[in-house]
Design a binder for this molecule. Sequence first.
Ligand code: AMP
Ligand code: MG
Length: 351
Amino acid sequence: METKVIKIDRNNIKKEEFAEAGEILRNGGLVAFPTETVYGLGGDGLNPNASKKIYAAKGRPSDNPLIIHIADADDIRKLAVNIPETAWKLAEKFWPGPMTMILNKADIVPKETTGGLDTVAIRLPSDEIARNLIRESRCFIAAPSANSSGRPSPTKAEHVIEDLSGKIDMIIDGGSCDIGLESSIIDLSGEKPLILRPGFITREDFDAVTAGVEYDRAVIAKTPEKNVVAKAPGMKYRHYAPKGNITIVEGEPRNVAEYINRCVSESESKGVRTAVICSDENRDRYKCENVYDLGSRKHELDITSHLFDVLRQLDSDEISVIFAESFDELRLSQAIMNRLRKAAGYNTIRV
Ligand code: AMP
Ligand code: MG
């Protein structure tokens, strides 16, 4: 299949630009598009065949559910039943935006979209390209991240092209994603609200709207908790891991740099391609041929929006051994460290 790539200037959006993409979606085809979090791979969420195509294009296990994207908060009434009051409060506060809610699904949502579950994940993105696409398609768009299963989520159209070119009908190139980490997921289908995936909206943010929000244990675990049953099927799958081996090094910046430099020098002396992932603040501390600077800790969106791009670059630069700083003091530390820990296979050392 030939994948058509179209560019849309987000500062000058015209409705007509979505006509072809809308038709593809209505006909059961697939269109990748930008959102404020990461690029999504969209298909008609109420069409089981479209959902099956999404799983096939990504190589995703079919029990890992998809998120349905809507353009109007009231549409949760069509997709979900037994909607708690909390859902409306959270929607009012955080939509449009990087929050996904899990609710009990309505009958019209096929199990092909929910990975066989009786619950449905719903999000109303703030990205104007995404919202125009949803409106013009007149579909509820099921869209997981537009990467091949297991690779870092895409934050630029180039990443989507790398993974999915030839496998989907269209890619809408809208530039880089602002946040660069997937949405915060909050499960409202159980007794108390549970965060299944940390993101730009933190527990403290949720707590300010509704008390008693907790993290699912698997989300904040520093080691893979084998005896904890993952609440969301997707949580059990390997994620983001580059081909190289990442070690996260925690501790005082000076000690961390000293330790990493020692390891780097040993590794480089054996001719192994070695890299460091760090922030602006510590950039100059490292003696390594390949230093990937995510940005300043004072601009957390720089760190989040560069992380997946750097994880991909490590592969294209054929790096085998990687040392990463920890980001545990930031507002978004749960979201960042959750991804970094998975990328590192939970390989962490404290110095
Ligand atoms: P992605 O679309 O790749 O960013 O990830 C979608 C993720 O949303 C899945 O891997 C699940 O972790 C989560 N998710 C989607 N639907 C549900 C659901 N019904 N219940 C729990 N988690 C869900
Ligand atoms: Mg994903």
